[in-house]
Design a protein around this ligand. Structure first.
Ligand SMILES: Cc1cc2nc3c(=O)[nH]c(=O)nc-3n(C[C@H](O)[C@H](O)[C@H](O)COP(=O)(O)OP(=O)(O)OC[C@H]3O[C@@H](n4cnc5c(N)ncnc54)[C@H](O)[C@@H]3O)c2cc1C
Length: 448
């Protein structure tokens, strides 16, 4: 493939046309910067994997969301705790979610959404070059004041060096470019989850009847406990699209390696759970994918700006996964947007000079945003989940299932005896009143 002569033609280069990359490009193009976006896929979205619910507060700021290829809005959420045979679930369907803006939560298919989102950046003036893999960053050679500064990218195209004053790296979780360039360390194994996902095809009526949906309503179901992903720290999910259902599992890579737990088998087991099988039965698999999720929290976030390069989205480890929330899409779009704004303020389009103080506003703005604040607030969770894994993923699900079976038992014993036995079962699992109080205190931040 011939490489267009883009060397020194642009004010900034963005690596990756995912959510973070296109948001960064949009923010820069909106400020009249000449931006080049490089994407390894045939088109944006073809290489992207997620659950998934797209959270759209920042997307809405950037584009007209009414034109976006959304699948369904999330009308119902369910959190289910699974043993091998039981389910204990909480289901929520607040009336407010049925109204615009639908809690800014929509299922999407990334193949369509990312392509559309990148098109918005192109419409705003950005240039998109697909089927182009960035293989490394170019640094200023020694001798001058700018020695070591990132001044461009190497690509897999012939004569593929492209120089520009600033590079935004938004390459996602598989952060080979930023690691190779020393902008971040390799993700520690305990900071990454492995995920496997299938997209199953149904007709629209089957989905709407099975999940009790009207029109564009959809569901987001999350499952935990040994019935979801066995002994591992993690969970399973089901999301409804218009004519497909996404079903998947995500769990710690550390556990996957330690227990030799294969994602494909784990997903198959999850699909066969008695609470899950009726929801996914009869679907034809039209897509299968596996991917990593960075979940090291705030401590695993590297410097967001160094040597004239900026990191955004999963490449910077900006994902919130605390068992209740799995949010990476909103973090990717917000961080890309903030990175793009900082670059627009920093680069002088006439002479290509870069104001490093303006670049440094990116981490400052992000620190003031929900992105860093949420990561900081829920930072306690991952460590506790590992520490309490036996309780959270095995003992508690079993105790809940036993207690509800006991509490609702219909026989010739008085109800009071069953209620007492149910309470004893729960207290036993929690370590008595003192143990229960200690655990409630430990996990209080999940509710505050
Ligand atoms: C199974 C799973 C389920 C998830 N579910 C949810 C969910 O329901 N809700 C939610 O909010 N988040 C979810 N997440 C997290 C969410 O998907 C990510 O946080 C989000 O996609 C990150 O966006 P990004 O733009 O940083 O990276 P990506 O979306 O991964 O985009 C990176 C882009 O860069 C391109 N690229 C990579 N390397 C190069 C290179 N060298 N050269 C050129 N291009 C390159 C890729 O092809 C891709 O287009 C889930 C993740 C997984 C894996």
């Amino acid at each position: 493939m011939e490489t267009p002569d883009y060397d020194n033609e642009f004010d900034a280069i963005v690596v990756g046309a995912g959510l973070a990359g296109s948001a960064a490009a949009l923010a820069m193009a909106n400020q009249d910067l000449d931006v080049l976006v490089l994407e390894r896929g045939q088109s944006p979205g073809t290489k992207n994997v997620f659950g998934g619910v797209l959270y759209t507060p920042t997307v809405r700021e950037l584009v007209d969301i009414d034109d976006a290829p959304l699948e369904r809005y999330v009308a119902e959420k369910r959190y289910g705790v699974l043993t091998e045979t039981d389910e204990t679930a909480v289901t929520m369907r607040p009336g407010e979610w049925l109204e615009e803006p639908h809690n800014d939560s929509y299922t999407v298919l990334r193949g369509s959404f990312d392509e559309w989102f990148a098109e918005q950046a192109v419409d705003a003036g950005a240039t998109l070059l697909t089927e182009t893999t960035v293989t490394g960053l170019v640094r200023e050679p020694g001798g001058g004041a700018a020695e070591g500064r990132v001044v461009g990218v190497e690509t897999d195209r012939p004569d593929g060096t492209i120089r520009a004053p600033v590079v935004v790296v938004a390459e996602g979780a598989n952060s080979l470019v930023s690691e190779g360039a020393g902008l971040r360390d390799h993700h520690d194994r305990e900071d990454v989850a492995v995920a496997a996902k299938e997209v199953l095809k149904f007709d629209r009526e089957t989905i709407e009847q099975r999940f009790r949906l009207n029109g564009d309503q959809g569901v987001a179901y999350n499952y935990f406990g040994e019935g979801a992903v066995g002994d591992a720290v993690g969970g399973g999910f089901i999301y409804t699209n218009k004519r497909t259902v996404s079903v998947g599992v995500a769990y710690s890579i550390e556990d996957a390696v330690a227990s030799d737990q294969n994602p494909e088998e784990t997903l198959n087991d999850f699909k066969q759970h008695p609470a899950v099988a009726p929801l996914v039965r009869g679907g034809r698999t039209v897509e299968y994918s596996a991917h990593a999720i960075p979940e090291g929290g705030i401590d695993a976030v590297p410097d967001l700006v160094s040597d004239g390069a900026l990191l955004a989205g999963d490449a910077a480890g900006l994902v919130l996964n605390n068992g209740v929330h799995l949010e990476g899409t909103n973090m990717a779009v917000e961080s890309g947007y903030q990175a793009g704004r900082a670059v627009a303020a920093a680069v002088d389009g006439d002479d290509g000079s870069v104001d490093d103080r303006a670049l440094a506003t990116y981490p400052e703005e992000l620190a003031d945003s929900f992105v860093v604040q949420n990561l900081q607030h829920y930072d306690f969770f991952q460590e506790l989940a590992v520490e309490d894994r036996e309780f959270l993923f095995s003992e508690l699900p079993r105790a809940l299932a036993d207690a509800e079976t006991e509490y609702f038992a219909v026989d010739r014993d008085p109800k009071e005896a069953h209620a007492e036995a149910a309470k004893d079962r729960l207290l036993d699992a929690a370590g008595g009143y003192v143990g229960a109080a200690k655990r409630a205190w430990k996990y209080r931040k999940l509710l505050s």
